[in-house]
Design a binder for this molecule. Structure first.
Ligand SMILES: Nc1nc2c(c(=O)[nH]1)N[C@H]1C(S)=C(S)[C@@H](COP(=O)(O)OP(=O)(O)OC[C@H]3O[C@@H](n4cnc5c(=O)[nH]c(N)nc54)[C@H](O)[C@@H]3O)O[C@H]1N2
Ligand SMILES: Nc1nc2c(c(=O)[nH]1)N[C@H]1C(S)=C(S)[C@@H](COP(=O)(O)OP(=O)(O)OC[C@H]3O[C@@H](n4cnc5c(=O)[nH]c(N)nc54)[C@H](O)[C@@H]3O)O[C@H]1N2
Ligand code: SF4
Ligand SMILES: [Mo]
Length: 744
């Protein structure tokens, strides 16, 4: 046994079973192409079957149809015309999603960690009964010894509904997703502090009718959020002005009238200078500001000295460009979107940066206005009836010692911290269920994640693939892919409310099962069966759908159902009286709630550490054909891109003697060296003080036959975390790297 309680196991028990899936790769590759005519009447060979689904390749959840060929095999997935998230067109990742089903490296049976006679840990293939027995006994023990509050669930994806229900029925509210404190949390908190409400997903940005879009490190186009990419390209066709602020010449920057290659970490200064220009050149929406906002005079005074000349010294963006771009925003207002972005956990002052973004939108009068932000609507689909949940005596929040009270959702890093035994926390978490999130690659500061994992009595991992996180599990439960299962209904906000159904196109391969079935079985074993009152998920879905005048039968035919908006209120009417959900009932330019909690009521710029000599700031982002680490092994998508590269400015390349395509190792400020080398891409598209790489590569699990060792992992180099004091988000862009020519 190694020095950790849980040694990483390479899922060796999987080897033999992998051979069964002989035809898979062929299927995914040789697709029979059906001529597509989304507008015309769909005429298909009658032996083709189509079933509705919504995509699980990312969290945009586009609704579509899965088609099968004559041999009854999945052939392709295309968008559903009635779906506002996709408008009938899938992105390259969604189209390639079928590769998830055909991937021969998939998890195939439940696995239990065992110790051999030689002391070596390995996984043993198990039946579902054995796996459930094991989990039941461990959970019962944790509850008996520590209380149900010591259970936690990390989840990203649709199965979370069911595991969440299981956890709450047992008496724990420690349920968390990395899409909050590692992603959009600061944005939600910043907007709630300003407008009294957050943005959620899909963001209600009225891109379709926008005349000016400001993208601040928000790289729509590489960030492939489908409906928004489509709306943005339409807006550009109609002549919208795009202003992109990014140290990298992104795809969006290439479509922009203005590209502002800002010095990383200084965006807040630029935003404050824009506010200054709008106010002091009197280019804000006076009527809107007067009627709806609170604290204008304080803001005016606050930004008095934050001139474009002041910001120039900080951001390297010329004063004239700052003025011109602010004017462009005001010419187009209120049809201007200063885009809030989505992955916003950058430098620890992120809530304040997003407050500045919210304030700009308020000054431009774009919140609640056409071409700015519309008011979304969402269907109200009742859940299933069950007894009330027991009230937990403690939650993760109690372990935070009064910090991060403005976080409106649980922090994944917070639950991780609350798991590490310490004198100050009275309930250390003892068991994790990890569903659909690869925490090893997802949470920054990996040594801390490992410390938490090593302190656990039980870790159950529910996944489809042998990802890094599965290697540390006590029990691995193989979920079938989204193409092989029913799931909770998709009920997302948009201009019109919609509901959408996912149903299986195929029987689950191997011995994989859906999350619903796993959660229900575990609940019954743990005496909580009444929280899963239906015998089958079909019955449950039909019950819910009948409450909104539909049925399972109807949804199987149409896939997506549009429901009417409850009110005709997509935008505010001229001069309409509105009460915002803030302390003052107004849009708070001056935040009374932040002040109440002891934070700056108006954003202030503070400088962040800069890379020492010979080091470069590590920044990262998305590639259009991949989603995080989840697609790195997908046979269809690795065909399009099978590794990441490190972008290096020519000036830096020259200093180091680096050539295009040359392999280097990256070493960060804490002397962490990348496990794998990465190829250099020499390009003018990145500033000299930074390097850039796509997140999600450099996989360390050998069982990922196409992804293992391809490219490098940004995550392992992110050991410095800049915590957001307001809501506990993990700022991940304060890490600096240098180059090494060999590993040792
Ligand atoms: N270094 C770094 N860290 C980041 C980011 C970054 O850019 N860089 N981005 C952050 C952001 S914005 C986000 S939202 C998070 C995302 O974080 P995660 O959601 O954790 O991202 P993935 O790496 O895609 O992990 C998804 C896991 O779900 C599994 N999976 C896929 N389909 C299914 C399924 O149907 N069922 C089940 N049970 N499992 C499934 C995959 O195999 C994979 O193990 O990461 C954050 N962390
Ligand atoms: N194809 C694809 N699309 C995706 C995803 C995916 O995995 N794949 N994931 C989805 C998810 S969950 C999220 S959260 C979004 C994330 O997508 P976004 O929120 O749009 O973008 P980020 O990933 O934060 O931003 C990356 C950009 O920020 C720039 N940047 C780095 N540092 C700075 C800085 O200091 N200032 C400024 N102004 N810019 C900076 C980088 O150069 C890069 O262009 O993407 C979503 N869409
Ligand atoms: S944007 Fe692409 S990957 Fe994401 S849900 Fe839609 S089709 Fe799937
Ligand atoms: Mo995200």
């Amino acid at each position: 046994m190694g020095k950790n309680r849980r040694d990483f196991i390479k899922i060796s028990a999987l080897g033999a079973a992998g051979l069964v899936a002989g035809t898979r790769y062929l299927m995914a590759q040789n697709q029979i192409v059906i001529p597509e005519n989304p507008k015309g009447p769909w005429r298909m060979p009658h032996d083709l079957v189509r079933t509705p689904t919504y995509c699980e390749v990312c969290f945009w959840k586009c609704a579509g149809w899965t088609y099968k060929n004559d041999a009854g095999q999945i052939q392709k997935i295309i968008g559903n015309d009635d779906d506002p998230n996709s408008n009938g067109r899938f992105c390259p990742r969604g189209t390639g999603g079928v590769g998830m089903y055909y991937d021969e490296d998939r998890l195939k049976t439940p696995l239990i960690r065992v110790k051999g006679a030689d002391g070596k840990q390995t996984f043993k293939e198990a039946s579902w009964d054995e796996a459930f027995d094991f989990i039941q006994k461990k959970i019962e023990k944790v509850i008996e010894e520590h209380g149900p509050e010591c259970l936690a669930l990390f989840t990203h994806g649709s199965g979370g509904t069911y595991f969440g229900n299981l956890l709450k029925s047992l008496g724990s509210q420690n349920i968390t997703a990395p899409s909050y404190a590692q992603c959009r949390g600061p944005r939600e908190v910043g907007f709630i502090a300003t407008f009294g409400e957050g943005l959620s997903s899909p963001e209600p940005t009225d891109i379709r009718d926008s005349k000016c879009m400001v993208l601040i490190g928000s790289h729509i186009g590489e960030n492939m959020h489908n409906g928004h990419v489509q709306e943005m390209s339409d807006a550009i066709d109609k002549g919208a002005t795009i202003i992109t602020v990014d140290p990298r010449f992104s795809t969006a920057a290439s479509k922009s009238k203005y590209w502002l290659p800002i010095k990383p970490s200084t965006d807040l200064a630029l935003l404050m200078a824009w506010i200054h220009v709008l106010i002091y050149e009197e280019r804000y929406d006076k009527k809107y500001v007067e009627q709806y906002t609170f604290g204008f005079e304080q803001l005016k005074e606050h930004v008095k000295h934050m001139t474009p000349e002041w910001a120039y010294g900080i951001t390297t963006i010329k004063p004239q460009v700052i003025r011109e771009t602010a004017r462009e925003m005001s010419y187009a207002s209120p049809a201007t979107i200063v885009h809030p972005g989505r992955h916003v956990t950058w430098y620890g002052d992120d809530t304040q940066r997003l407050r500045a973004v919210a304030i700009l939108n308020a000054l431009l009068g774009s919140w609640g206005r056409r071409g700015g932000f519309y008011i979304p609507d969402k269907a109200k689909v009742p859940g299933v009836p069950h007894p009330p949940y027991p009230k937990p005596r403690r939650t993760w929040r109690d372990a935070m010692g009064g910090k991060y009270e403005l976080a409106d959702l649980a922090l994944a890093n917070g639950v991780c911290d609350a798991t590490i035994p310490s004198a100050t926390m009275d309930c250390s978490i003892k068991a994790w269920i990890v569903n659909g999130t690869n925490l090893i690659e997802t949470l920054p500061n990996r040594p801390k994640t490992m410390e938490a994992i090593n302190a656990l009595d039980l870790m159950v991992v529910v996944d489809t693939m042998p990802m890094e996180i599965t290697g540390y599990a006590d029990v691995v439960l193989p979920e079938c892919t989204y193409l092989e299962r029913y799931d909770s209904l998709r009920v997302t906000q948009h201009r019109e409310p919609t509901i959408s159904l996912r149903m299986p196109a195929m029987k689950p391969k191997y011995d994989s099962k859906p999350a619903w079935w796993m959660a229900k079985n575990l609940a019954e074993r743990l005496g909580k069966g009444e929280y899963f009152p239906f015998d089958s998920i079909e019955e449950e879905l039909d019950y819910q759908l009948k409450k909104v005048d539909s049925s399972l039968e109807e949804m199987q035919r149409i896939g997506v159902k549009k429901l009417p908006r409850a009110y005709d209120d997509l935008y505010y009417k001229d001069g309409e009286e509105i009460e915002f959900n803030t302390n003052t009932g107004k849009i708070e330019l001056y935040s009374t709630s932040l002040e109440e909690y002891g934070f700056d009521p108006m954003p202030k710029y503070t400088a962040h550490p800069e890379p020492p000599a010979g080091y470069y700031r590590l920044i990262y982002g998305r590639a259009p054909m991949h989603t995080f680490s989840r697609t790195a092994n997908n046979p269809n998508l690795t065909d399009l891109m099978d590794e990441n590269t490190v972008w290096v400015n020519p000036k830096v390349a020259k200093e180091w003697g680096l050539k295009n395509g040359q392999e280097v190792y990256l070493q960060n400020q804490d002397n962490v060296v990348s496990t794998f080398p990465i190829k250099v891409r020499v390009t003018e598209r990145i500033r000299w003080d930074s390097v850039y790489m796509v997140h999600g590569f450099g996989h360390a699990n050998k069982k990922l036959s196409r992804a293992f060792g391809r490219g490098a992992s940004d995550s392992e180099l992110i050991t410095n975390v800049m915590m957001d004091p307001i809501m506990g988000g993990t700022g991940m862009r304060g890490n600096f790297i240098t180059f090494r020519f060999n590993k040792a």
